[in-house]
Design a protein around this ligand. Structure first.
Ligand code: DX5
Ligand code: ZN
Length: 223
């Protein structure tokens, strides 16, 4: 499974998304951080903005919902026709039921866990998901440093995914950059969110390519 790079537009210019999307056209998907100011202490944008984003890019949208009451709030995003909708396990009463509803609406279903949340519940039902997101920082803000201990959870998830032969993708998000993406990949991640590492680059296409090469090198070690 080759590495996918998903730039996070949390580090983009919020009043110039169309221009900034054009600079990351070589990405595999665009990572869209929806924050509600409750689940995380930061507020970004909601459904109307995501709907508009769909219209200005051909790239798949990878929606990362950092919002409370996911069981009620997540489905409208899936119904927009985005590629994937990832909700937080901490914000859902029934992660399997919600994943099934997201899939029934036509989107891939992802489940995310914060650094302090154990993976047991998620690993017990891997076939219900298309993606597992292991947060490598506390969600809420871009530009933080990767928390090294979270890579052990990545390895734990990768081991179980391999054991059951699941096709679920294993995403990491937070603090991913040129210095650590190869290591994250070697721990078993295959899908990499990078916000500041991509948007701080003068040549973003080149940065995406550098990240992809390093990630694929790390994946080689993981296999
Ligand atoms: C953090 C968000 C991330 C963030 C990543 O809560 O979920 O997607 O934008 O940004 P960097 O790569 O700068 O840590
Ligand atoms: Zn994110």
């Amino acid at each position: 499974m080759s590495a996918h790079i998903h730039p996070s537009i949390l580090s983009a210019d919020f009043v110039n998304f169309e221009r900034d999307f054009a600079t990351i056209s070589t990405a595999d998907s665009i990572h869209v951080d929806v924050m509600d100011g409750h689940f995380v202490p930061n507020l970004t944008f909601g459904l109307p903005m995501v709907r508009r984003m769909q219209e200005i890019t051909k790239l798949p949208l990878d929606i990362h919902l950092m919002i409370d009451r996911a069981d009620e709030q997540a489905l409208p995003y899936a119904e927009l026709g985005v590629d994937s909708v990832t909700f937080h396990a901490e914000a859902s009463e029934d992660i399997i039921k919600l994943a099934r509803r997201i899939r029934a609406a036509g989107a891939k279903a992802g489940v995310a866990v914060k650094p302090g949340t154990p993976l047991d519940e998620v690993l017990g039902s891997l076939n219900e998901f298309d993606m597992v997101l292991v947060m490598t920082v506390e969600p809420g803000f871009g530009g933080q440093s990767l928390i090294e201990s979270t890579l052990e959870k990545v390895a734990q998830a990768a081991k179980e995914i391999t054991r059951i032969g699941s096709a679920v993708r294993l995403q990491v998000d937070g603090g991913i950059d040129l210095t650590n993406i190869e290591r994250a990949a070697a721990h078993g991640a295959d899908t990499f969110v990078a916000g500041s590492a991509v948007f701080s680059a003068v040549d973003r296409a080149q940065r995406i390519q550098e990240l992809r090469l390093l990630a694929n090198r790390g994946r080689h070690q993981a296999e």
